[in-house]
Design a protein around this ligand. Structure first.
Ligand SMILES: Nc1ncnc2c1ncn2[C@@H]1O[C@H](COP(=O)(O)OP(=O)(O)O)[C@@H](O)[C@H]1O
Ligand SMILES: Cc1ncc(COP(=O)(O)O)c(C=O)c1O
Length: 563
């Protein structure tokens, strides 16, 4: 007889014979098969589901307990519309009453509105309950189950300090007494109420919304499949790094707005005496980096071979139009680097101008990539576009010495020359200029690289002030590619964090560079082997491995304020 061919009547008949007998081995198989089938049938009838041995219900029929199984009761009441009689039997009485009802012959007789399957179900529970009581424990359990149960019980007893795990615990609620102390270590009851009421006000306040808002960068740079230049060099560090810096900057703004954000991830209106911790899990504010890939190459152009595609000005415009049509063209920063095409660069300028109109506080960070050490490595016709169109709309620029000289038409032979060049660059537009590398001699010796920075500020009274710094970092005897892009991205991040402190922003930025470069060169030497110069693939920046240094760089170089 297959299970499918068992009719309900047969099931009832089979089980009916069991009613007056104890469960025996000979009927065991038939009963179990019938029971499973009956259960499935019952489910289908009552719920319209095609439920196959739903585990909670299986448990209720195979593991009987001294009192009603809470899970099975919940299954009946929560998951399908059991009849009033079933509910009454299962839930309508206290534990003792339920046990009594289940153990009594009345169940079948008094609830005449039960359909045959429901009755069968209740009778089975009743049978098991009787058997359980007679047997003094679980029925038909495998040794493994008994072992598992006793281990789990022991575990719970260890965790919760013993006690009877089979009975419902008693709870005693006593009124909390809030100790008054000065200064208060715990918030007072009134304060907690005030805090809760305040939460909804804070959530809708503009300061909170501003604090919770993301900081979004549009980065228009190269993409490479292999290695780290352009967007590959800038995106990961920005996304990673800024989660910390943004949090701090925004926490400061929140505090200024009279709000405090506590360490637990809860937003609290605190009394002024209460300590504020880090933002914790409450707000996560990494830079959102939207990348437009100006080229997609297999690798950077310092390798023996490279292949790929170049984005045209029109294609750039199409991408930007798409963003604009969705009205998601609100950016806090634009970051650009290596470009070889004049019309593309002009399109970038148009986009920056339009984005600045949408957000007058937008900061454009530009690495005016033209060449190095006296020679240009982009087409000559890019130079006038940078000089006349790009630099004037830029807020932060990161030229090397050659690029700074080219843009201003003035040579740098001394630190004084460098300061004058930076002033000329300020006059062209940008408030922040960092000359990333120079041939100027270092006071620390010829194994150090000298860089200079200058930042203009407008004082509250409208007058201008300029901070200028010199920074010297150990020179590494190798050519790295992608360092200019990483540098610009990190300067963006750290000037965001320290908008009026170029010294600090430079110390952080140059320290990140130092850590990444040191890790890269050690690894490259290891790969190349003793006495051999590392190849371009071996010199790819160790970006992911430098995550911790990018997030929180140990300061390895102090910037000197020079005027
Ligand atoms: N060989 C090197 N040794 C030490 N630092 C370097 C070296 N090359 C690059 N850097 C770091 O990277 C930064 C950017 O340098 P670079 O890539 O030469 O800029 P750019 O591409 O603008 O010419 C430098 O300011 C310096 O911190
Ligand atoms: C495709 C590509 N993008 C960007 C760069 C810029 O690299 P860096 O950051 O060293 O100026 C290069 C340098 O070769 C490159 O090949």
């Amino acid at each position: 007889m297959t299970l499918e061919s068992v009719t309900l009547a047969e099931v009832e008949a089979s089980l009916g014979t069991l009613e007056n007998e104890s469960l025996s081995e000979t009927t065991d198989y038939l009963e179990k098969e019938a029971e499973i089938f009956a259960e499935e049938k019952r489910m289908e009838m009552m719920m319209g589901w095609h439920l196959k041995r739903e585990p909670r219900l299986q448990r209720s029929t195979t593991v009987a307990t001294g009192s009603i199984d809470v899970d099975s009761a919940a299954a009946v009441t929560d998951d399908f519309p059991a009849s009033a009689a079933v509910k009454e039997v299962l839930l309508g009485q206290d534990e003792g009453a339920q046990t009594a009802a289940l153990g009594s012959e009345d169940v079948k007789g008094t609830h005449t509105d039960l359909d045959p399957v429901q009755r069968l179900f209740l009778e089975k529970i009743k049978d098991y309950d009787n058997m359980h009581r007679l047997n003094g424990g679980l029925l038909e359990t495998e040794p493994d189950y008994v072992k598992y149960l006793s281990e789990e019980t022991a575990k719970l007893q260890r965790l919760y300090g013993g006690g009877d795990l089979s009975s419902f615990p008693e709870f005693t609620f006593t009124e909390a007494v809030f100790a008054k102390s000065d200064p208060p270590l715990l918030p007072s009851h009134d304060f907690v109420i005030e805090m809760i009421n305040g939460l909804s006000r804070i959530a809708s306040s503009s300061a909170y919304r501003e604090a919770a808002m993301e900081c979004r960068v549009l980065s228009i740079q190269s993409h490479v499949v292999r290695g780290y230049v352009g967007n590959k060099s800038a995106s990961f560090p920005l996304q990673d790094k800024e989660s910390q810096a943004c949090q701090q900057a925004r926490r400061r703004r929140c505090e200024e707005a009279g709000l405090r954000l506590a360490a637990t991830g809860f937003l609290l209106v605190t009394s002024p005496k209460m300590e504020t911790g880090s933002l914790g899990a409450g707000l996560v504010l990494g830079f959102e980096v939207d990348s437009i890939n100006s080229v997609q190459f297999s690798n950077h152009t310092g390798y023996s071979h490279w292949k790929g595609q170049v984005l045209t000005a029109d294609e750039l415009h199409v991408l930007y139009e798409g963003i604009k049509l969705n009205n998601v063209h609100q950016y806090d920063y634009v970051l650009t680097g290596y470009t070889r095409d004049t019309s593309f660069l002009e399109m970038v300028v148009d986009i920056v101008q339009e984005l600045k109109r949408a957000n007058p506080n937008l900061v454009y960070v530009c690495d005016p990539v033209l060449g190095d050490h006296g020679s240009m490595y982009v087409p000559q016709n890019l130079y006038p576009v940078y000089k006349n169109k790009v630099v004037p709309v830029a807020d932060i620029i990161t030229p090397n010495q050659f690029e700074a000289e080219l843009l201003t038409g003035k040579n740098i032979s001394t630190e004084k020359d460098a300061v004058e060049v930076m002033d000329l660059l300020h006059a062209m537009g940008p408030d922040t200029v960092v000359i990333t590398s120079s041939d100027l001699p270092s006071r620390l010796g010829d194994r150090f690289l000298v860089s200079l920075g200058s930042q203009r500020h407008v004082r509250p009274d409208g007058s201008r002030t300029t901070q200028r710094v010199r920074i010297e970092v150990p020179k590494v005897d190798a050519v790295f590619v992608g360092t200019g892009d990483l540098f610009a991205a990190m300067l963006l991040a750290w000037t965001h964090h320290y908008p009026n402190d170029l010294k600090m922003a430079c110390e952080k930025t140059f320290s990140v560079m130092h850590h990444v470069i040191q890790r890269t060169i050690s690894y490259a030497h290891e790969l190349a082997g003793p006495g051999r110069r590392p190849s371009p693939p071996q010199l790819e920046l160790r970006m992911v491995q430098s995550k911790a240094d990018i997030e929180d760089p140990a300061i390895v170089t102090e910037a000197t304020v020079i005027s």
